[in-house]
Design a protein around this ligand. Structure first.
Ligand code: DMJ
Length: 442
């Protein structure tokens, strides 16, 4: 066994993440790396959705581009004070982005990235053109809510309004209200907020006997198709939006649903032992425990716990997540937290653990989280940087690189890394970040 791995496993027995030697990374360093990634996108993928940094080619999600990377990255430029670059990007988006396209999009992804990005950049700059685009997009997405239950279909054609895919999940159903609600606030039209709120309420009404939601539900019949419950992908941001909906709109129903869910999560999913605090899986009705897996997506939960005031659990869970990161010097998509065996070996440039470090730093002022952020950023640079940008890893053990720079790397990962080191660039009391790290104003 390699000695670093031995140290991590030994530390896990006493529930602590091993300390790393202090690394010196500044906010300016993060900004320079943002520019490296952005310039790679501009050179090899300009006008397309995403850069494939190894092959130095472009990738579009659909038959036509929606400028995913520029829209997602725009408010990060504004936060970093890259004003000239932001102004050029904003003009380009305003002049070129159009939604009158015969393409079928995933409502959730387009809402959190494009609608969220347009709304936050509008709020930060006052540029009306971005709000006009957001309203057009919001109207084209609205048909998703036409199911018998009011919970949204997964896909919609932006031109025809035709919807598809009734079997959906809580994350895709319940991660819309910050963006649709902000659109209502800015346009004075309640329809967007009302539809997104009804979807959440209809979903919550169908929670299991544990008080938790499952992983798959049919939005036409309201029947569950998968009763596995956890805080990972397909469910995660449903919980995030309950608490943030109360913070952004003062909505008491959302707050009550959040508090009810949190009690159930801590009762049925928390796994608190000598190896630290983790959150695993269970059956949403019987509460019978299932897999003991945790991963890079679950790592958003310390942020949400901290936002809800539970700093004790937030800190302990973040230590577990950081232990997961240190196991191979960068975090895997998923591991079995009992054995520390990696069960899904990729790293998708995900932001969640750095996001949690940011919230904990803001809310505790403990230098531990800046130290953690610096070390994680240095690891990212070491393993994921390429000549043309940053890329995913296929395997965190071998560090073999894949060929994709997700737009959320510029929207979220680098934004949270920057804000951790430049904490005054945004006043957390005045904004709520959507799940793609687009700040929305109270
Ligand atoms: C992002 O698109 C969002 O953070 C979403 O909530 C989860 N997946 C990615 C980042 O991992």
């Amino acid at each position: 066994m390699r000695s670093s791995l031995f140290l991590v496993i030994a530390a896990s027995l006493i529930g602590a993440a091993p300390r790393q030697a202090a690394v010196d990374v500044t906010a300016e360093d993060v900004k320079q790396e943002f520019l490296h990634a952005w310039n790679g996108y501009k050179q090899y993928a300009w006008g397309h959705d995403e850069l494939q940094p190894l092959s130095k080619t472009a990738h579009d999600w659909h038959a036509d581009t929606l400028y995913m990377t520029p829209v997602d990255a725009l408010d990060t430029m504004l936060v970093m004070g890259l004003d000239g670059e932001a102004a050029k990007t904003r003009d380009y988006i305003a002049e070129h982005l159009r939604f009158d396209k015969d393409i079928e999009v995933k409502n959730f992804e387009i809402t959190i990235r494009i609608l969220g990005g347009l709304l936050s950049a509008h709020e930060m700059t006052g540029d009306k053109r971005l709000l006009t685009l957001a309203e057009d997009l919001g109207n084209r997405l609205l048909p998703v809510f036409s199911s018998p239950t009011g919970m949204p279909y997964m896909f919609v054609n932006l031109k025809t309004g035709k919807t598809r895919q009734a079997v959906s999940n809580p994350a895709e159903i319940g991660t819309l209200i910050l963006e649709f609600g902000t659109l209502s606030k800015l346009t004075g039209k309640p329809v967007y907020f009302d539809k997104a709120k009804r979807a959440i309420v209809e979903l919550y009404k169908r929670r299991g006997r544990t008080g938790l939601v499952g992983e798959g539900i049919n939005v036409e019949t309201g029947e569950w198709t998968n009763k596995r419950t956890h805080i990972g992908g397909a469910i995660d941001s449903f919980y995030e939006y309950l608490i943030k909906c109360e913070k952004l709109f003062g909505d008491k129903d959302c707050g009550d649903m959040w508090r009810g869910s949190l009690t159930a999560i801590n009762t049925h999913l928390a796994d608190d032992g000598p190896g630290g605090l983790w959150y695993g899986e269970a059956d949403m009705d019987s509460g019978r425990r299932g897999a003991t897996t945790y991963g890079s997506l679950q790592a958003f939960f310390p942020a949400v716990l901290a936002l809800g005031g539970d700093l004790d659990r937030a800190k302990r869970l973040q230590e577990s997540g950081y232990k997961m990161w240190r196991l191979h010097g960068i975090e895997p998509e998923e591991l079995d937290y009992k054995s520390l065996r990696v069960t899904s070996p990729g790293y998708q440039l995900r932001p969640e653990i750095i996001e949690s470090a940011y919230y904990l730093s803001q809310l505790t002022h403990d230098p531990r989280y800046v130290e953690m952020g610096r070390a994680m950023f240095a690891d990212l640079k070491k393993y994921c940087r390429t000549e043309a940008g940053y890329t995913v890893l296929q395997d965190v053990a071998t560090k073999k690189q894949g060929d994709r720079m997700h737009s959320f790397f510029l929207a979220e990962t680098l934004k949270y890394a920057y804000l951790l080191l430049a904490p005054d660039a945004i006043d957390l009391k005045k904004v709520v970040f959507n799940t793609e790290a687009h700040p929305l104003t109270h």
